[in-house]
Design a protein around this ligand. Structure first.
Ligand code: NDP
Length: 453
């Protein structure tokens, strides 16, 4: 852990005290704070107006009860959250996560990260995040629909195309966005396309939004590799997770000539030395909503399922050039990072939010492994959500090729802005520093201009 600048330490202490027990939020804030000491030294205006303290206090936090009936007619109760973190650059924007592990602290860490990520895209969107401790796994279609309807019955009063625009995250995909949008439309009697993103392409969604986070992470990694005259062509890659981000990261790696040899879920790892069969993976995960163990059974051949296995330790068994953690927070620790770095991995990019622990990031930095933090590498999802809002506002619908080209352009821009900022602050190639400073200055400048609010 790097020491915090003397002017910043008291602000961090205040965060710990005011947000007791929210360890993921503390971790996300500390990571940003470690980068900001030198910005405050160079630009004292950021120390004035308590801009940093204000940035760490969400503008609004909503917690609500979500009652719903299960298939056996029993009443179930979940907790819903929406944290509207910062609207200096535009309406609050960020996904909804449905997962049993979701707490207020989880949503705050995600909303905090989202604020800087959205700023990095250069688009007019503020930061927010939400979700529930509801577990969609094992629920029937009817149960998922009734839950989504109950969730929206409270959430609708807080959102709107100029106010707060949620999207998907873990456990929330096209199906859930459909049910949420339907209930919003029914309550408000408005077809307000721009109130949610990640909608179906036939009713206001953007082409390439489903693919955008995974594709974007690969585009960012491609840019990093190019700084060392490398590429995905012929590269062997690990992608953790097997959800939305992982699936489309795998697709883009394969399109660029690389081979993804393993992916995972929370129960285990599939090692498939010939390369993951994407069509089969999509059938198992997206169509049947099955488990990864089923993929290995259906695939046969040399594909191997390792129950409870650790995907990163594969680097000690077989050549791996790139690692893309695309599952969840803190899934790649110091020991995993040591294995990856010691076995010649050249680049690691966070498709998920905060999947690498601070110690893992330190190992990568010390070993000169190219490392992209999530707020830069996975910003393609929200950037394409902003493109969806743009299409909704102009009643337009772009082609897949045009939207993907815009996404690629945005990711090149984010890479450029992180790299240039890191250079400016004397640490070339430090994408963590570059992303944090570049995102922070955009939000902080807007906050200073808008006064103490
Ligand atoms: P999904 O719910 O579609 O997929 C999550 C995947 O991660 C599932 O395969 C899940 O397995 C797996 N997983 C969960 N916990 C673990 C674990 N402890 N070890 C291994 N695998 C695990 O979510 P997304 O793909 O949408 O999101 C993944 C990450 O990307 C999250 O951090 C999210 O915040 C981030 N992200 C997502 C964006 C998006 O557009 N969707 C945008 C930007 C960031 P299982 O089925 O067993 O739970």
């Amino acid at each position: 852990m790097t020491d915090l600048d003397a002017s910043i330490q008291p602000i961090f202490d205040e965060i710990l005290q005011r947000n007791a027990g929210e360890t993921e939020f503390h971790q996300a804030a500390r990571e940003v704070f470690e980068s900001l000491g030198r910005v405050v030294d160079r630009h004292p205006q950021y120390a004035e107006g308590s801009v940093l303290r204000r940035l760490c206090e969400p503008e609004r936090q909503i917690i609500f009860r979500v009652p719903w009936m299960d298939d056996a007619n029993r009443v179930q109760i979940n907790r819903g959250f929406r944290v509207e973190f910062n609207s200096a650059l535009g309406p609050y924007k960020g996904g909804l996560r449905f997962h049993p592990s979701v707490t207020l602290g989880t949503v705050k860490f995600l909303g905090f990260e989202q604020t800087f990520k959205n700023a990095l895209t250069g688009m007019p969107i503020g930061g927010g995040k939400g979700g529930s401790d509801f577990d969609p796994k094992g629920k029937s279609e009817g149960e998922v629909m009734r839950f989504c309807q109950s969730f929206m019955t409270e959430l609708y009063r807080h959102i709107g195309e100029y106010r707060d625009v949620p999207a998907g995250d873990m456990g929330v995909g096209g199906r859930e966005i459909g049910y949420l949008f339907g209930q919003y439309k029914r309550i408000t009697n408005r077809f307000e396309s721009g109130v949610l993103t990640g909608k179906g392409v036939g009713w206001g969604g953007s082409r390439a939004r489903t693919e955008a986070t995974g594709y974007g992470a690969v585009f960012f990694t491609e840019q990093m590799l190019a700084t060392r005259d490398a590429s995905f062509d012929g590269a062997r890659v690990l992608v953790s997770g097997s959800g939305n981000v992982a699936i489309y990261a795998i697709e883009k790696v394969h399109q660029l000539g690389g081979t993804v040899v393993a992916c995972s879920d929370s129960s285990g790892v599939v090692y498939d030395p010939d390369g993951i069969d994407l069509a089969l993976l999509q059938d198992v995960k997206e169509v049947r909503r099955g488990r990864l163990s089923e993929y290995a059974e259906l695939r046969g051949g040399s594909a191997e399922y390792r129950a409870g296995g650790n995907i990163w330790s594969l680097a000690a068994e077989t050549r791996i050039d790139v690692a893309l953690p695309c599952a969840t927070q803190n899934e790649l620790n110091e020991a995993d990072a040591v294995i990856l770095a010691a076995n010649g991995v050249r680049a690691v990019a966070e498709g998920a939010n905060m999947p690498c622990t601070p110690d893992a990031v330190r190992v990568f930095t010390e070993a000169s492994v190219l490392f992209a933090p999530g707020k830069a590498a996975n910003a393609g999802g929200v950037a394409t959500s902003a493109l969806e809002m743009q299409q909704n506002a102009s009643r337009d619908s772009w082609s897949f090729e045009h939207t993907e080209a815009r996404l690629a352009e945005i990711m090149v821009g984010i890479h450029e802005s992180c790299a240039t900022t890191a250079d400016e602050y004397g640490e070339p190639g430090n994408y963590v520093l570059g992303a944090n400073i570049s995102g922070f200055t955009r939000v902080a400048d807007a906050m200073l201009a808008q006064g103490v609010i």
